[in-house]
Design a binder for this molecule. Structure first.
Ligand code: ADP
Ligand code: UDP
Length: 234
């Protein structure tokens, strides 16, 4: 596999072309941003943790029948993935109240929800990734009704797989964000699943073990990422 020119540099990853037009290489950075890029920083070692954790989880999900973009881990930070057409959506699953949900509805952080929820945000930095009603997606031609149904089905199945898996590692999966893409007329899971994109709380102490430590200046950010990797055996 040959790494070719930089296709895109995002806030947390670089994406490179390869000699195969259907494949890309993602390269995870230690850079961190929050509040739509307003807060910037570095979390040493984060890129490697996020790369290895994402790949580990994507391999488990593949085994359980969820199609993903994962192809091959090349190094601590680099992974070969299938090139997809990313849908400009953040698919957010919640098991407990936190973050924007708690704020919007004045619900105490940590309150267990009676059922998992799935919501969609429209990925647009200029607009600050606004929450959108499900009916907007087919209406705006962002995703078809069939694609939407598939994303909700996958999101809930992923939650069913990850919740008990992380619980065993003493991590409570409070909420997480997924991105999907189109690949040969199929919807497949893309991007990452990591402490950048999940809220993970220690099951005993309720300590935050994710990017909220960075967002909220809680300290020991680097240590939290390393500890998550350690608990996963990575
Ligand atoms: P952002 O763009 O939000 O700053 P990143 O720094 O994580 O995010 O950049 C990675 C970019 O690559 C994201 O825009 C993501 O949607 C995109 N991406 C993730 N997986 C794939 C894939 N398999 N094919 C094409 N693009 C992808
Ligand atoms: N999330 C993410 N990227 C985003 C926004 C949210 O990965 O651009 C994740 C976030 O880490 C959390 C979940 O999605 O695990 C729900 O986030 P929320 O809607 O509460 O937004 P926030 O509080 O981060 O603004």
């Amino acid at each position: 596999m040959e790494k070719r020119e930089l296709l895109y540099e995002g806030k947390a990853k670089k994406v490179f072309k390869t000699n195969d037009p259907d494949l890309l290489i993602v390269d995870y950075k230690d850079d961190a941003t929050a509040w739509n890029g307003e807060k910037k920083g570095t979390i040493p070692g984060k890129g490697a943790v996020n790369n290895r954790m994402t790949n580990y989880i994507f391999r488990i999900l593949e085994e359980k029948g969820i199609p993903t973009h994962y192809v091959q881990e090349l190094s601590d930070r680099e992974t070969v993935v299938k090139k997809v057409k990313i849908l400009p959506l953040e698919v957010i699953v919640r098991n407990a109240a936190a973050g924007s949900f708690s704020k919007r509805l004045a619900v105490e952080e940590g309150l267990e929800l009676l059922n998992p929820t799935v919501e969609f945000c429209y990925k647009d930095d200029r607009l600050g990734d606004p929450l959108i009603d499900a009916s907007y997606m087919p209406a705006l031609g962002i995703a078809s009704q069939t694609e939407m149904n598939k994303m909700v089905e996958y999101a809930l199945t992923i939650n069913e797989i990850l919740m008990p898996f992380l619980e065993e590692k003493k991590l409570r999966l409070v909420d997480f964000k997924l991105e999907f893409g189109r690949y040969m007329d199929q919807i497949i899971l893309a991007d990452e699943i990591s402490p950048d994109t999940c809220r993970l709380w220690d099951t005993e102490t309720n300590d935050k073990m994710d990017k909220d430590r960075f967002r909220q200046d809680l300290g020991e950010v680097e240590e939290a990422y390393i500890e998550v990797a350690r608990r996963l055996g990575l």
